[in-house]
Design a protein around this ligand. Structure first.
Ligand SMILES: [Zn+2]
Length: 199
């Protein structure tokens, strides 16, 4: 068996990209390769609803026990529909985050975020209260949608940057990052620069 590149990890039988976005919503957007071409991705990591659930747990959004229960609940047709809705939301959200959304893409993103936010319940906890979404097959997408709404309207929005090489997104609050990751795009740029100097 060949070893995986260092920017990928095998999680419960699914290959996933290691988080580099410094925000789970940006890492969600980074679950396909090369946003610079808008056709089908060369590499798609959300290959099934189950892979999306495993990713949600991998980046710390859903507890593993919830993921197991949802995997058991998901019928094939329902899972396929949820996956398609997730991929559509990801594409529209990418355009919104990079300031290139059409009116249609913005409206679709906004309506899903509003729908998800409206499904939350305020639940009492020991030190006050917290928001909770119902545990059903929409949970992983709606959880991301609520967080996307917070990112879009919060102070971190101003720090979202796009990798000039692959189009992945990341937070750069100190203005010092250029690449999504030094291990991939940063390194490729270094190799290119070195080759140019050697000529
Ligand atoms: Zn990159």
């Amino acid at each position: 068996m060949s070893a995986l590149p260092s920017h990928l990890e095998l999680v419960q039988g699914v290959v996933l990209p290691r988080p580099v976005g410094a925000h789970p919503v940006l890492d969600f957007v980074n679950t396909r390769s090369e946003w610079t071409t808008r056709g089908a991705a060369r590499t798609e990591w959300l290959t099934s609803y189950e892979a999306f659930l495993i990713w949600s747990s991998y980046v710390g959004l859903l507890p593993p026990a919830t993921v197991l229960r949802l995997i058991e609940q998901a019928g094939t047709a329902e899972a396929g529909r949820r996956l398609q809705a997730t991929l559509d939301f990801r594409a529209e959200l990418y355009d919104v985050l990079t300031g290139q959304a059409t009116e249609h893409a913005f409206e679709a993103t906004a309506r899903l975020i509003e729908k998800a936010a409206a499904r939350r319940h305020l639940v009492r906890s020991a030190d006050g209260a917290h928001w909770e979404l119902p545990e059903d097959l929409d949970l992983p997408l709606h959880d991301l949608a609520v967080r996307a709404g917070e990112l879009l309207t919060g102070p971190s929005r101003a720090h979202v940057r796009t990798c000039p090489s692959c189009g992945w997104l990341f937070l750069d609050p100190r203005g010092r990052r250029r690449w999504c990751s030094m291990a991939t795009c940063g390194n490729r740029a270094k190799v290119r620069a070195h080759a140019a100097r050697a000529r």
